[in-house]
Design a protein around this ligand. Sequence first.
Ligand SMILES: *Cc1c(COP(=O)(O)O)cnc(C)c1O
Length: 397
Amino acid sequence: MEKRNVYLDSSATTKVREEVLKEMLPYFTDVYGNASSVHTYGQQSKAALTKARETFAKLINAESPEEIIFTSCGTESDNIAIAGSLLANKGNHVITSKIEHHAILFTCQNLEKKGYKADYISVDKTGIVNIEELKNKITADTVIVSIMHANNEIGVIEPIEEISKVLKEINKTRKNKILLHTDAVQTAGKLKLDVQKLGVDLLSVSGHKFYGPKGIGALYIRKGTKIEPLFHGGHHEFGMKPGTENVAEIVGMTKALELANEEMEQESKKIFKLRNKLMNGIAEKIPEVVINTDIKYAVPSVLSVSFNYLEGESLLLMLDMAGIAASAGSACATGSAEPSHVLSSIGASPLAAQGTLRFSLGRYNTEEDIDYVLDVLPKLVEKVRKMSPVWTSKTEG
Ligand SMILES: *Cc1c(COP(=O)(O)O)cnc(C)c1O
């Protein structure tokens, strides 16, 4: 088959859509006023900011635009949600899961060094958090529970609504209500986000994961939630994120979410089909593989596969040479020798974890892309395994 370029790393980042770029361009050139300025230049930017905030609020079914603050990325939203609520509320305890993104895990670990307490809830082999364990960890000092909406490595969707119901019951008997945060960076633009239905107090989003620009995010903060800013300066974003607003990217991210929501049904059907084609093809053509993504409980775009008896990084480089972009575990874990915390939490053996790749599909992928991958991948797996001493000793023994 003829070589082609296939991007299967949409969970790491995506390309900015043409419509989004077009929407942003005037705010880099003609409409450049500081949204805090009183003159016409400023007021034009302010109007765009206000409109974006109103649209964004509607897209996630927030009650009012004041519940949305625009941040610099998903990581910043996560940090404000966790550290900001611990600073503002009585109590010193956060509960999260073992499979969160490092934006959550490392924030919690850092808070532990500062004297706060953190518990990390385990997950089953699908990756779903153990709600009984979560309940048992709650103490009088618990301020916030933070569980991701969908995992970035294996795609599993967590039962946020159910967790919200459990917390609402417990909160009935408490003076200091426990807050619920969800990192929805991997679901924004892929699943309809409804903060009322989810029953969350805080929700993080990042623009570049759904065909918006990089370096822009949002945090939903339910009205009445006590939270402190982590940075101090101007009154921007209701004091929660001081600094001159990035109007162009705020407008761009909002447009991207609007488009994603409009096209969600047909896009997810298409992506789901392609992902399953990839999964079935891999299972059919390649021996000794373990599929880590349980498609019954996962976003349609992600497929995590362990190729036993090989080094994931080597396979990744070979794929790259063949024009195919995937990732080992997750983009953020690349470069570390440790097996992924997500894979070890779902019970994957260190051997399997070592040979794990994440394929994440997006709106630009086609049938032909998958056909090409299914042609190239089996040959490359065989090639890499031949170089692997564990595979050689297995086949010889
Ligand atoms: C990508 C990602 C983040 C970080 O978002 P940035 O905007 O890159 O900081 C946080 N959480 C999850 C689940 C992610 O996938």
